[in-house]
Design a protein around this ligand. Sequence first.
Ligand SMILES: *Cc1c(COP(=O)(O)O)cnc(C)c1O
Length: 379
Amino acid sequence: MITPDAPALPLRPELADEVPYGAPQLDVPVRLNVNENPYAPSDAVVATISRYVADAARELNRYPDRDFSALRADLADYLAVESGVRLDPAQVWAANGSNEVMLHLLQAFGGPGRTALSFAPTYSMYPEYARDTHTRWVTGRRAEDFTLDPAHAVATIEAERPSVILLASPNNPTGTALPPSTVEAVLEAAARIPAVVVVDEAYAEFRREGVPSALELLDAHPHLAVTRTMSKAFAAAGLRLGYLAASAALVDALRVVRLPYHLSAVTQAAARAALAHRDELLGQVADLRAERDDLVTWLRDQQVGGRPLQVADTDANFVLFGTFADRHAVWQGLLDRGVLIRETGPDGWLRVSVGTPAETRSFQDALTDVVAETAQKEQ
Ligand SMILES: *Cc1c(COP(=O)(O)O)cnc(C)c1O
């Protein structure tokens, strides 16, 4: 669309009608919209970060370690403690958020003439990574209860022949974790194409007791990549540090496409400082999981229009619930009461992040109010 005053810029035509990613960033008392950890770092954590960053600052005239070896070793140590899977630092990769890790994956394994596949509903950023790397984007379907039928997954892989398959587990926005048997069925079908399988475990630390991590499958599957982030459970969304575990060969391919020195010395230092406090930063995860399970129970007890609310099973730090005839009105009603949640997912559903107990109470009170008000209007 060329308007008379618009400068003639040679924008790629497929970007002409696109808008930037944007969950609303509104300054309201209760922010439960982007699945952050609600607990700010303690003074002790802040002090360590300051110290590490000060040390890095003394050498800011030099480029940082391009291969961030010390950070990769720290991340490998963390994964060993968190999941029991011991990896070599050469099997670990990191970037500015797992968003950038995903971009590296698509730059290396996607591209023109190639296809990336996922299963809807899932993370809204995936199609953007595909678009930005000229990769064809295809989605299969999740079942009514948001689980993934392995037979459907395998059939879709065989029909579409993707080079990259993206599986979020726990999935966003539904919270659904995939059983290892499903991931293994996908891995086997992918090996025959061949395709790289990316299991996005951004929320892995919140998984319920007994739900394993795909890290356990790395040994047997060199075409598997498991992505993680410090943005969610690790309470460091502002840090922008995402990472990946895979075979050393897969990681080597990512080293080719990354921009040189993509991880600043300041980021590397702050991430290492945060990892040194892992016990404390993850200390709230158990509370958040319990809070989440209570919130699911509470939501399932709520009635809307004479029907109980539907609530998806969740292994993440958020809950998808619905359905509402007019979800935007409910979202707006909550916002008018100072509670920001996310209007996302299939029609009629809303997603709320788990906050502090006080924030959860505010959300519950506001939702009760909004639902009562809607019922009155409909009478
Ligand atoms: C939040 C989220 C991420 C994390 O992205 P970062 O860039 O690491 O902040 C990745 N995947 C999913 C599905 C998410 O919801």
